[in-house]
Design a protein around this ligand. Structure first.
Ligand SMILES: *Cc1c(COP(=O)(O)O)cnc(C)c1O
Length: 370
């Protein structure tokens, strides 16, 4: 959707009447969990379509986090015109703060916006918004090992209108949530359930990071939990044969001959930034990584024969998670040893070390905040 590319938007800083008391904040930061506690501030930027049909971003604020007013007819509440991103700010070895590949999130956000008929946000403005929030909430970094500040930029259609067409007004917001280690003691291997439901069909919104995809994944995820598994894995919608991804994580298959396979980006899976980072790191180690379709039958057969030795899922929230057991309608199988694999552990350690400033950042992935 056409927007004036305003890169020079100034942020108005709104005073916070009642920030979280220091003792309560300390209590939260000692045991942050994931996604249930929030920092004191948020960023809000408005977009409106002008009389000439060209819209623009305006009124950028960094202010107290709190409820937002929406008209009950706001388009997002009816037709799910919503997109989001997820990235983390990490405390560096030297005490400074840094983001990991925020420009990749900014670019993906705009690809999602395009698919959902929403206005694009200049990448520089996306990154500046995230930086503004991290600076305002610099006291919200958990002290715990593996802790980070999880950042959630998102955009909603706010126009009050029940007709079906792209809205003419939007809000972009960024909120932050202190996050602990996703798994308390290292990363145990998870058990996953092969769903009969599908997540995304060819031509659909599978490659966009939109709330609607998640709404559709809640029943299959609940089904996985009810059957005693940790996560759901989706097969492709056309043939019900090829492995796609978990509800919010991409997959890698590791073979005994040292090659890796990950499902290709054909429009029905989310192009993960962790997926891309892992691919680069593995290739630099001299490993062959192929983006290739891989079926449930191959997964089962190769696990049994020993050709496949590890499988892991990857995404910003949990970084890298080993998959130990797979269960579907046709029964259950174990991957490799059933526990965390060696290469899985090594790639995770390399990525985490770069994110935290403990290893050289040869790719320019780490964006430091002054
Ligand atoms: C966000 C997301 C991922 C992981 O992407 P990262 O950029 O690595 O965090 C994978 N699958 C889905 C469906 C997602 O929404």
């Amino acid at each position: 959707m056409a927007s004036t590319a305003d890169q020079t938007l100034r942020f108005t800083s709104l005073p916070h009447p009642a920030p979280t008391p220091a003792d309560l904040r300390a209590q939260i930061l000692a045991n942050p969990g994931f996604g249930t506690n929030f920092s004191d501030h948020m960023v809000v930027i408005e977009w409106d379509e002008g009389p000439n049909g060209v819209g623009g971003w305006h009124d950028a604020t960094i202010g107290p986090r709190g409820p937002i007013a929406l008209d009950p007819a706001a388009a997002v509440l009816h037709y799910a015109q919503e997109i989001f991103e997820g990235l983390k700010a990490y405390r560096q070895q030297d005490g400074g703060l840094a983001l990991f590949r925020p420009e990749a999130n900014a670019a993906r956000f705009n690809r999602s916006a395009e698919r959902l008929a929403m206005p694009e946000l200049p990448e520089a403005l996306f990154i500046e918004s995230v930086k503004q929030l991290v600076r305002a909430d610099r006291d919200w970094f958990p002290d715990v090992e593996g802790g980070s500040l999880y950042l959630r930029p998102f955009m909603i259609a706010t126009e009050a209108f029940l007709g079906v067409r792209p809205a003419k007004s939007y809000k972009f917001l960024v909120i932050a949530s202190p996050a602990g280690n996703y798994f308390k003691s290292g990363a145990p291997a998870v058990s996953i359930w092969v769903s009969e439901y599908t997540r995304a069909a060819p031509g659909g919104t599978g490659a966009a990071k939109c709330g609607g995809n998640y709404a559709a994944s809640l029943v299959p995820q609940a089904e996985a939990l009810a059957r005693g598994h940790d996560q759901v894995v989706f097969l492709d919608a056309a043939e019900r044969k090829w492995i796609e991804e978990l509800g919010g994580m991409n997959l890698y298959f590791v073979f005994a001959d040292g090659t890796l396979i990950t499902p290709p980006l054909t429009g029905t899976i989310l192009p993960g930034i962790t997926r891309d980072s892992i691919m680069q790191l593995a290739r630099e180690e001299g490993l062959e990584v192929r983006e290739e379709r891989y079926s449930l039958d191959q997964w089962r057969g190769d696990s049994a024969s020993g050709k496949l030795i590890e499988t892991f899922a990857c995404g910003t929230a949990a970084v890298v998670t080993p998959v130990g057991k797979v269960c579907g309608r046709d029964g259950e199988f174990t991957v490799g040893s059933g526990g965390p694999g060696q290469l899985t552990g090594r790639l995770k350690a390399r990525l985490v070390a770069i994110q935290r400033g403990q290893a050289a950042d040869a790719h320019g992935w780490v964006v430091r905040l002054d």
